[in-house]
Design a protein around this ligand. Structure first.
Ligand code: PGA
Length: 260
């Protein structure tokens, strides 16, 4: 089993002072912890400089991601932040296509595909989210929905670029609801996504791809989820806002690899 990746998505939470405390606590807890799990923290954009300062410090054990970027390169797009600006801030990852952005900000597979291109141009790793709504799962359409999202947002990439993406499967009904997909449901979808990638890009690219699970992942359920063959780690929302919970999830990543 390959090493895990755990990404914390803070969403629109924390004041500057609280953000400083949280990242400082995570820094302290991870310092000197010889983990194998790769850790990425995605704070609100205004705190990226604060976060990259911590990530650059000696003994730092994590990297930094953003939660969104513009689909445009630059220009008259009031309020937007470009991939180039993120790159200048030493941001290494960026979440795109999160279901909250699809729901509240009209993000579509087409805009996600453009954001992916902007990020790859800047050597930032896109973390592309996909996942079905509850009604879609009840109607047995979840595979179809996820297949469309993955193909339309990513399959325009040549293989050498696809190697630099992460996919996060986040069933919408599990995000922030306390209702987690069962390990079997997660594994089934992750294996399906990997099979799509294998058909398009071949077995090596499919094997090396990180497919994260997101949706009410917490210290209690992380180990069982991460022990699934095709679950390469997690995209963590609520539980990433408490340093001890987040670090416990990182530890679950290490344990899953050790035990499998
Ligand atoms: P959650 O959010 O862990 O709070 O369910 C996950 C996400 O939206 O990335």
């Amino acid at each position: 089993m390959k090493e895990k990746l755990v990404i914390g998505n803070w969403k629109m939470n924390k004041t500057f002072e609280q953000a400083d405390d949280l990242i400082g606590d995570i820094f302290d807890l991870l310092k000197g912890f010889h983990k194998t799990t790769e850790v990425v923290i995605c704070p609100p954009s205004l705190y990226l400089e604060l976060a990259t300062d911590y990530a650059d410090a000696e003994d730092s054990n994590f990297r930094i991601g953003a939660q969104n970027c513009s689909e445009y390169k630059n220009g008259a797009y009031t309020g937007e932040i470009s991939a180039e600006m993120l790159s200048e801030m030493e941001v290494e990852f960026c979440i795109v296509g999160h279901s909250e952005r699809r729901k509240y900000f009209g993000e579509t597979d087409e805009t996600v595909a453009k954001k992916v291109d902007r990020l790859i141009e800047q050597n930032i790793i896109p973390v592309v989210c996909c996942g079905e709504q509850l009604e879609e799962r009840k109607a047995g359409k979840h595979f179809e929905i996820v297949e469309k999202q993955v193909k339309e947002s990513l399959f325009h990439l040549p293989a050498n670029h696809f190697e630099h993406v992460v996919i996060a499967y986040e069933p919408v009904w599990a995000i922030g609801t306390g209702e987690t997909a069962t390990p079997a449901q997660a594994e089934e979808m992750h294996a399906f996504i990997r099979s799509l990638v294998e058909k398009q890009y071949g077995a090596d690219v499919a094997y090396n791809l990180y497919i994260l699970y997101g949706g009410s992942c917490n210290p209690k359920n992380a180990l069982e989820l991460f022990s699934q063959q095709d679950v390469d780690g997690g995209l963590i929302g609520g539980a990433s806002l408490t340093a001890s919970d987040f670090v416990a999830i990182v530890e679950a990543g290490d344990t899953a690899v050790k035990d499998n």
